[in-house]
Design a protein around this ligand. Structure first.
Ligand code: B12
Length: 214
């Protein structure tokens, strides 16, 4: 069985101890954090199909699985630092990235992974996370003066609010701040980038690796 298949089986069992130990074991054997996130954890969560009788049951089970994946991500941090590209870090360490989700977007695992992708690409990353109100976005930008603001949107329903938030950032942010947008709400909808007013749409760790100083 491939790694994704193995993990999906473990996650279905909702056994946190087995899932976390399995993931740390894979990292210890040399699996790249980016591969673990993008090719194992993300597709495993995205493959969840709820076969329970009620939506209430589905939601708490999704919470349990999400919390197991979050535990793996937090435990992977020492590997994130070990796998950070040293030459990129030398170039990008003074470039800040704020990673956040638009107001009312509760899905934040994608954003959390993206924060680690930016860290491994050498940036000084600040993860703000889900449901960030507009005033908070602006306050974080003012305080940290980032080079990039990366916004993760999972539910297409939140694209309208995302456009409003981007307009507010563009109005208030100092010159040079670029807004990057990504997340599953954008899958197959690349054309909305212009409508949203963001500077870039990115979807992969390779594209993140292409950003930054010369
Ligand atoms: C876990 C989950 C939840 C959890 C979230 C917990 C949390 N703290 O994050 C909970 C239970 C809270 C939840 C709630 C809801 N959910 Co939900 N949820 C999911 C689920 C199962 C997995 C999502 C996930 O975490 N995927 C893993 C991440 C890592 O993948 P990803 O986001 O795609 O990220 C990758 C890339 O896209 C990329 N990326 C992401 N962001 C960015 C940003 C940048 C800048 C870049 C470069 C790249 C990038 O990098 C990541 C790694 O490769 C999905 C999918 C499914 N099959 O059911 C539904 C899903 C996303 N949820 C959905 C819905 C509808 C809801 C609810 C409205 C349900 C409800 N009835 O209440 C609420 C939302 C409330 C709200 N206000 O937002 C829908 C979204 C609608 C749609 N049409 O797409 C989905 C698709 C389910 C479905 N099939 O209907 N959910």
């Amino acid at each position: 069985m491939d790694l994704k298949g193995e993990f999906i089986k473990l996650l279905e069992g909702e056994d946190k101890e087995k899932c976390v130990n399995w993931a740390l074991d894979q990292l210890g054997r040399g699996l790249k954090v980016a591969d673990l996130y993008a090719n194992v954890l993300a597709p495993s969560l995205n493959a969840i199909v709820c076969l329970e009788k009620t939506e209430a049951m589905c939601i708490w089970k999704e919470h349990v699985k999400t919390s197991i994946v979050r535990a793996i991500i937090e435990n992977a941090y020492p590997f994130v630092l070990k796998q950070r590209d040293a030459s990129k870090h030398a170039k990008n360490k003074d470039l800040g990235v704020l990673v956040m989700c638009p107001p009312e977007e509760t899905h934040e695992i994608g954003a959390r992974m993206v924060a680690d992708f930016f860290t491994m690409a050498g940036f000084n990353t600040i993860f703000v996370g889900s449901s960030t109100p507009s005033a908070s976005f602006l306050s974080a930008i003012e305080a940290t003066k980032p080079r990039y603001v990366a916004i993760s949107v999972s539910n297409p329903y939140h694209l309208f609010k995302t456009r409003r938030v981007i307009a507010e950032i563009k109005k208030a942010a100092p010159e040079g701040v670029e807004i990057i947008i990504g997340g599953s709400a954008l899958n197959g909808r690349k054309e909305v980038l212009k409508e949203l007013g963001a500077d870039k749409y990115l979807s992969s760790v390779d594209e993140i690796n292409g950003l930054g100083g010369e």
